[in-house]
Design a protein around this ligand. Structure first.
Ligand SMILES: O=C[C@H](O)[C@H](O)COP(=O)(O)O
Ligand SMILES: C=C(OP(=O)(O)O)C(=O)O
Ligand SMILES: [Mn+2]
Length: 449
């Protein structure tokens, strides 16, 4: 297994989307501190996830990956983490039960703090004056507050990312092993505002069926402790090289490098250059990894990425997360999947129906139409069905709260509603009702697949 490339050589590749830190000594201090910190995840856990994604690659399981577009330090609260976990557990149970397929659960959490941006700057009107400042690049880099001081990249934030991720993961681990995620709790996840919604009612009746099935299984002698814990994994975009590099360590068992900042890391659409720093670093680690593929991706690009990132063609190592947009997926995806499959590439195909469907509402809020999200998912299933390949999973930006960031869905959120509770610091997320609706719709698509 190849050695970890040094940080300077990565930067020498002209890495895209990196913070411009004003104080080099402060960067070095933060990186040195991070290098001393214990791993957030263990290499063996990453291998377990690779095995699970191998099952996805073989068409035997389905990946559910979801969470915030951008986590924030302020969002590291018990309520927030629990709400996100709860909606993911609800979605997973819907997909497992109604879709009749094992579900691999991966949160976009405990590390999702750095954002690539379309523009380096942001312009707003402040007191009648047009003011331009550096864009917000996630709490890993600078502050969301629109002031010159807050927007200066601060490397100490990378240490804060580590601490916030550790706190989040600690709570998630407690929830998933300590009884909260016990399948016998299916009813109790369906609380507050969701319970009374039509989709909450539908969930309620499914939960009753599951409870009956569990009672039956217990009666015939199944061990109820089997239902006590779930496997849950963390993931984020590997973006800021200082952080990901400092968290890349040699595993004592295998002597292979692993990025121990999360179980699964992915390369974004803006940083997937074949000779770029992100592809180079992730080619050296042994975690399961993903690459986002937008509508301009050619089959040759994808095949070359697979050769660089997974030269041994190990199933489970590589996931392609396509994000074409509802209007493009039916035209663009077939050629890609067909040629990648014909080339013998072992890959899990996952659909991100969010990032190709963003638009700006007349009020200025970034939003997405729920109907476009569902249409892209349907297109993804249709394309795979036509080609005889497996639609392996979904990658969703969501929250466990009752936010108003995406329009449409059963609650019929309109553009005028967006300001009521728009809390995302980057992209619009499905709220809890919309997330559950998505799970039921995808479960139907899965049944037909
Ligand atoms: O989450 C993804 C990107 O960071 C985000 O879509 C970029 O948004 P922008 O176009 O507002 O920079
Ligand atoms: C930045 C993201 O997506 P993409 O790289 O696909 O634009 C994201 O997942 O938040
Ligand atoms: Mn996003």
């Amino acid at each position: 297994m190849s050695a970890i490339p040094d940080l300077e050589s990565l930067h020498a590749r002209g890495a895209a989307q990196q913070p411009s830190y004003p104080d080099r000594a402060a960067v070095d201090a933060a990186v040195s501190r991070l290098r001393t910190m214990p791993p957030l995840v263990f290499a063996g856990e990453c291998d377990d996830l690779t095995d699970k994604i191998a099952a996805v690659t073989r068409g035997e399981a389905f990946l559910l990956q979801g969470g915030d577009c951008a986590e924030t330090f302020a969002g590291v609260t018990a309520d927030n983490v629990r709400n996100k976990l709860r909606v993911l557990l609800q979605m997973a149970v819907v997909l497992t039960y109604a879709g009749s397929v094992p579900v691999v659960k991966v949160g976009r959490l405990a590390g999702q703090y750095a954002k690539p941006r379309s523009s380096d700057n942001e312009t707003r009107t402040v007191d009648g004056q047009s003011v331009t400042l550096p864009a917000y690049r996630g709490d890993a880099v600078n502050g969301f507050e629109f002031t010159p001081e807050s927007r200066v990249p601060d490397p100490q934030r990378l240490v804060d990312v580590y601490n916030a991720s550790a706190a989040t993961l600690n709570l998630v681990r407690a929830f998933v092993t300590g009884g909260y995620a016990d399948l016998r709790q299916v009813h109790t996840w369906n609380t507050d505002f969701v319970r009374s919604s039509p989709i909450g009612q539908r969930y309620e009746s499914m939960a009753a069926d599951i409870e009956r099935a569990l009672t039956f299984m217990k009666a015939i002698g199944a061990d109820p402790d089997e239902f006590h814990r779930v496997d849950f994994h963390s993931s984020h975009e590997a973006l800021v090289l200082e952080y990901e590099h400092a968290m890349t360590r040699i595993d004592s068992r295998t002597e292979a490098p692993y990025d121990v900042s999360g179980h699964f890391v992915w390369i974004g659409e803006r940083t997937r250059q074949l000779d770029g720093a992100h592809v180079e670093l992730l080619s050296k680690i042994r975690n399961p990894i993903g690459v986002k593929l937008g509508p301009t991706t050619t089959a040759d690009d994808a095949i070359a990425l697979a050769a660089r990132l997974n030269p041994d063609n190990t199933p489970g190592r590589l996931t392609f997360i396509t994000r074409f947009g509802a209007g493009k997926i039916r035209d663009g995806l077939p050629d890609l999947v067909e040629k990648v499959t014909a080339a013998g590439v072992q890959v899990a195909w996952v659909c991100d129906p969010m990032h190709g469907n963003t638009f700006e509402a007349s009020s200025g809020y970034k939003t997405r139409k729920f109907e476009d999200v569902i249409d892209e998912l349907q297109g993804f299933f249709d394309v795979h069905r036509a080609l005889g390949t497996w639609p392996g999973g979904i990658h969703i930006e969501l929250t466990g709260d009752d936010v108003t960031e995406c329009v449409g869905g059963g609650e019929e959120l309109a553009e005028v509603d967006l300001g009521n509770r728009y809390e995302s610091v980057c992209d619009p997320r499905l709220n809890r009702v919309q997330s559950l609706e998505t799970a039921f719709l995808v479960a139907e698509m899965l049944r037909k697949a």
